[in-house]
Design a protein around this ligand. Structure first.
Ligand code: PMP
Ligand code: GLU
Length: 403
């Protein structure tokens, strides 16, 4: 019998998150007893550091930790975030410039809902994190995708941005370091982009969630710190998920001009209310407590990065740029797209290739087409060295069996 269920048309162009889908598929196979190695999730394998957990245990023993807080986050946490981000980005921020949300994903969603009118354009350099275009569309905006090139280390050029600007452009979204490519913008590139932002009088949304995870001689450069004119046009999105191994606590935050933060707060006040009270306690402990845990995790990611890239480059016909930040490698597997497996299936695109890799090769990687870069795949190296060695060996074996 037909039911009155009808799905809103605003979901028509929206795809499910492929990073979450691949991770869930690998988890399901593992739960079914199948030995799959997953490079899917963008999630540190480390546990949340002890001093952060202890702060929460302490808070739970006192009354009040189960109560609502201010919908936009506690005053103490917003002040601590303002102090930290103010120092990093060389700008003056107060608690009023900060909104704490349920993960940086939620921060971005509130941001697009608060700033976009139907048809407003947001420039998104590809490869991009899977959720950006869909979030812009959910808010009624139009993603304008700019293709970057592996040869340019996936950096968007000022000329490309200038050419993509129209009368409807509201913002450019920068993700530095990048998920999925691991690229990190140089100082010269950031300064050139800052110039365009000011010249075109648009906003820059800087998603810096991986800013503390940079390796070798790469340096994270804040676009807001370039000068007051670009700082006035910068919205910072950040969070604790990646830096402090706190993905499941669901805390992210936005720093921006007060009217925009207030508008985002209105949305949050009418939708989720405050992010979880004790998760805010944990975040305050993360930001104000000892920082050596960050250096320890970064050093481990760096070793794994070197190993993974070396093993990927040893696979015939695979090229892989050196990722300089975040915790992803993004090799080009296009040579293997269109090839035939021993069982007789033709793997016509990277999605089919990745499906086959998980089902037959028992290794889960995320297809590049979800990031606007067909033919590539993303592997997270935020997992054990043993997984990296065994998992990339499986990838090597599976790919070289294709004809
Ligand atoms: N931005 C980027 C680039 C990400 O990779 C992620 C998640 N991995 C997020 C934002 C959102 O992170 P969270 O919601 O866990 O804070
Ligand atoms: N952002 C992480 C990733 O890229 C976690 C999953 C998600 O939120 O998309 O894998």
């Amino acid at each position: 019998m037909p039911t009155p269920i009808k799905i809103a048309s605003r979901l028509d162009p929206i795809k499910p998150s492929i990073t979450l889908a691949v991770t869930a598929k690998a988890a399901k196979l593992k739960a079914d007893g199948i030995d799959v190695i997953s490079f899917g999730a963008g999630e540190p394998d480390f546990d949340t550091p002890d001093h952060i957990k202890r702060a929460v245990i302490g808070a739970l023993e006192k009354p009040g930790s189960g109560k609502y807080t201010d919908a936009g986050g506690t005053q103490a946490l917003r002040a601590a975030i303002a102090a930290e981000l103010g120092a990093v980005h060389k700008t003056t921020l107060t608690a009023d410039n900060i909104l704490v949300s349920c993960g940086a994903k939620h921060s971005l969603f509130n941001l697009f809902m608060a700033m976009l009118d139907p048809g407003d354009e947001v420039i998104i350099p590809a490869p991009y994190w899977v959720s950006y275009p869909d979030m812009v569309m959910l808010a009624g905006g139009k993603p304008v995708i700019i293709e970057t090139r592996a040869e340019d280390d996936f950096a968007v050029t000022p000329e490309q941005v200038r050419a993509a600007c129209s009368g409807r452009t509201r913002a450019i979204l920068l993700n530095n370091p990048s998920n999925p490519t691991g690229a990190v913008y140089t100082r010269a590139q950031i300064e050139a982009l800052a110039k365009i932002v000011v010249e075109k009088d648009i906003l820059v949304i800087s998603d810096d969630i991986y800013r503390q995870l940079v390796y070798g001689d790469a340096e994270y450069v804040s676009i807001a710190a370039v000068g007051p004119e670009v700082a006035a046009r910068t919205i910072l999105v950040d969070g604790v998920s990646k830096t402090y191994a706190m993905t499941g606590w669901r805390i992210g935050y936005t720093a921006g001009p007060v009217p925009l933060i207030k508008a985002m707060g209105k949305i949050q006040g009418q939708s989720t209310s405050n992010p979880t009270n004790v998760a805010q306690t944990a975040t305050l402990a993360a930001l104000t407590g000892p920082q050596d845990c960050v250096a320890t995790m970064r050093a481990a990611f760096d070793e794994r990065r070197v190993e993974m890239v070396k093993l990927l480059r040893a696979i015939p016909h695979v090229t892989c740029r050196e990722p300089k930040g975040a915790f992803y490698a993004f090799p080009d597997l296009s040579y293997y797209v269109g090839k035939k497996s021993a069982e007789g299936s033709i793997l016509d695109d990277d999605v089919q290739l990745c499906d086959w890799l998980v089902e037959v090769g028992k290794v889960a990687v995320v297809p590049g087409s979800g990031f606007g870069a067909a033919g590539h795949v993303r592997l997270s190296y935020a997992c054990s060295m043993a997984n990296i060695r065994d998992g990339v060996a499986r990838l090597h074996q599976a790919l070289t069996s294709l004809r």
